[in-house]
Design a protein around this ligand. Structure first.
Ligand SMILES: Cc1cc2nc3c(=O)[nH]c(=O)nc-3n(C[C@H](O)[C@H](O)[C@H](O)COP(=O)(O)O)c2cc1C
Length: 217
């Protein structure tokens, strides 16, 4: 540990969650975890949580080296949650060799966390292209330049030809922009509660359905 007792004391004294937290009635939880995911997401949006669609996505390399980053949730359907990114950068390379990801969404204003582990698949080409074309021109140009996560020396010089392409061909969507679907094998919902500490409900895939467990906090 560091030497700054004062910092340790201040960290310990920081408030953790607001006084008012939503209740989590696990008995009323739906049979499908993604139905509960959407319920919680709608509640976070309605409560004004800042960037409720920001989620951490951990991948790991062929050598087993993990890495993690924040991405935006793009959609939730009956079977998957969606994000979009370049397939040519580090996360795309990880997913090509090890198509499994661990996701976390943390809504501090509501004392809620959702964890998902699942298989990752590239979605259909037209979904990726549609997602790409909904991005602004600078974001499209950055993706076309295709250098995500590489050291950059002359950003403007590398971006210029991609910007020109975006202007000349406004419907162009590169193959490297991919909308990925994460098909969960396990989804855990965590709710902080003042009186009861924490409530955790985990769904695990079981044949065509799901088994649930309440987990020790
Ligand atoms: C709030 C937030 C949202 C982000 N959304 C995306 C996104 O939707 N897609 C994306 O490729 N990168 C997004 N990023 C950038 C990623 O965190 C990351 O820096 C980038 O994708 C490179 O990751 P990689 O080197 O692991 O491949 C976002 C970052 C933040 C902080």
């Amino acid at each position: 540990m560091g030497h700054d007792q004062n910092l340790r004391d201040r960290l310990r004294a920081l408030p953790v969650f607001p006084n008012e937290l939503p209740r989590f009635d696990t008995d009323a939880a739906p049979a499908e975890p993604l139905a509960l995911f959407v319920e919680w997401l709608e509640s976070a949006i309605a409560a004004g949580v800042l960037q409720p669609h920001a989620m951490s996505i951990a991948t790991s390399s062929a050598a087993g080296v993990p890495s993690n980053r924040t991405l935006l949730l793009k959609d939730v359907d009956d079977t998957a949650v969606w994000f979009a990114s370049l397939s040519t950068g580090p996360k795309g390379t990880d997913l090509a060799v090890n198509p499994i990801a661990a996701l976390v969404l943390f809504w501090r204003e509501q004392g809620r966390q959702i964890r998902i582990v699942g298989r990752v698949e590239p979605g259909p080409r037209e979904v990726s292209a549609k997602d790409f074309l909904q991005r602004g021109a600078p974001a499209r140009a950055r993706a076309i330049a295709g250098r995500q996560s590489e050291p950059v020396e002359d950003f403007a010089a590398h971006l210029a030809p991609a910007l020109a392409l975006v202007e000349a061909e406004p419907d162009f969507a590169p193959e490297s922009w991919v909308a990925y679907r994460v098909i969960p094998d396990s989804v855990e919902f965590w709710q902080a509660e003042r009186e009861r500490d924490q409530v955790r409900l985990r769904y695990r895939r079981d044949g065509d359905g799901w088994t649930t467990d309440i987990l020790w906090p």
